[in-house]
Design a protein around this ligand. Structure first.
Ligand code: PLP
Length: 432
């Protein structure tokens, strides 16, 4: 691919780059970015695999580096452009100080925004930094958030323990039930916050109906799309206002950093960015480099995760020692709405039941390739049990009420060869 042609695309955008007088443009608040003149910006019609590799790359013409350099600097020289940016209130687009913005952040942000089909993205030090910053930025004291008890435990704790201390009410509903969501709306409802696939039962949600409901009631719709990634699903294109990821998971994909991101229209991401300046949860340049590198292989990784998971889920569904498989190909609740918004596979995450916690623990012990650890979305197969990890604070009855039966195992299928994974499970299941 001719890089000079790619970099030309950004040069043609009005007023982008340090030397352009974009301060004269009235509609700057709705412009995509931040972007630099040196960055690759691909037109939307390019495929995701191509965007993964090229979108956002900073082309350093001085030395001809093929990848984005790591801008490991906390601060940047003042110029007349910097002063102008302060006066015009456009400091998000100017290299000033790394908490405000850094070319390493802008490179990876452009790649994520391109994949999401979003105008803008902000990257954070973790998924939780992204979620907490976004939810505070989008709500006021006295406002109300509608969410679900099925969300990731850390998010639930934030919603349950901290939000009311900060003057935000949180109402928990079943996100698969649109009538419950409707019934929970009040005059002060400001945000819907749901996950596109729940943990650990991978339930799907009526995403399009929720988006319509949000729009009709002037409520912002925010989703956590960590399990699906923009390769499988682009919620912004289905009416969602902001999409959040724990990039610690599939987005980076190598279990070697923590990061988060928020993407959506420039208007809302700017608001979240302002809050990030005060909370300080931005992503550092070295981690931006790692995340950008990880994202280059998102498409090939997600294909491999999805294929491996589908084959393993099939195998487990027909195994006499497995009671049920919670995977969109095998579970009615999981598949109910998933095809509305995930049209490129379902990632590598699913759950299955083997009847008792004792048997499940034996299975975990007997597996060799699949290793027991928390987290998900890495190239390695990770396996864990909700009863002694994410849902350990609930009683057995409470767990049953939310569908977590004894012997439930959650698996994040990696990209190892499927024959080796199947052999690992065959041998381990024969021992329980
Ligand atoms: C769905 C989901 N959202 C958010 C988070 C929080 O992300 P992080 O650990 O990067 O803060 C997690 C972590 O497991 C998660 O699974």
């Amino acid at each position: 691919m001719d890089k000079s042609k790619l970099s030309k695309a950004i040069g043609e955008l009005p007023g982008v780059g340090p030397n352009k007088n974009w301060t004269n443009e009235l509609e700057r608040g709705r412009r995509p970015g931040p972007r630099m003149e040196q960055q690759v910006v691909l037109p939307d019609h390019f495929n995701d695999s191509t965007k993964c590799v090229h979108s956002g790359t900073y082309i350093d013409e001085n030395v001809g580096a093929v990848g984005t350099p790591i801008f490991q600097s906390s601060t940047f020289l003042f110029s007349s452009h910097t002063y102008e940016s302060f006066f015009q209130g456009i400091s998000r687009d100017t290299p000033i100080y790394t908490r405000y913005g850094n070319p390493s952040q802008w490179a990876v942000q452009e790649k994520i925004a391109a994949l999401e089909g979003a105008e803008s993205c902000a990257v954070f030090a973790s998924g939780m930094a992204a979620i907490s910053t976004a939810l505070i930025a989008l709500t006021n004291r006295g406002g109300s958030i509608i969410s679900s008890q099925d969300v990731y435990g850390g998010t639930y704790n934030l919603l349950h323990h901290d939000m009311h201390q900060l003057g935000r009410e949180v109402i928990f509903v079943d996100p698969t039930d649109i009538e419950q969501i409707k019934g929970a709306i009040k005059d002060n409802t400001q945000v819907f916050f749901f996950e596109t696939l729940s943990n650990p039962l991978v339930k799907s949600i009526p995403l399009k109906e929720i988006a319509q409901l949000a729009k009709a009631n002037n409520i912002l719709f925010v989703v956590d799309n960590t399990f699906l990634t923009p390769f499988s699903s682009k919620p912004v294109l289905h009416g969602v206002d902001l999409v959040i990821h724990s990039c610690t998971k599939y987005m980076n994909g190598h279990s070697d950093l923590t990061a988060g991101c928020v993407s959506g229209s420039r208007k809302y991401v700017d608001r979240v960015w302002e809050q990030m300046l005060r909370f300080g949860g931005h992503l550092d340049p070295l981690s931006c480099f790692l995340l950008e590198r990880g994202l280059k292989t998102l498409a090939v990784r997600m294909k491999a995760h999805t294929e491996n998971a589908a084959i393993l889920a099939n195998y487990l569904a027909s195994h006499p020692k497995v009671n049920h498989v919670f995977h969109p190909n095998h579970d009615a609740v999981s598949q109910k709405y998933i095809h509305e918004y995930a049209n490129n596979g379902f990632s590598g995450l699913f759950s299955f039941e083997v009847g008792s916690n004792e048997k499940a623990l034996q299975l975990l012990d007997a597996l060799n390739i699949a290793v027991s650890a928390t987290s998900l979305g890495g190239v390695e197969t990770l396996i864990s049990m909700p009863f002694n990890t994410s849902h350990s604070t609930l009683t057995e009855n409470q767990r049953k009420q939310i569908g977590i039966n004894p012997g439930l195992i959650r698996i994040s299928v990696g990209i190892e060869h499927i024959d080796d994974l199947l052999a690992d499970f065959e041998a381990a299941l024969s021992k329980i």
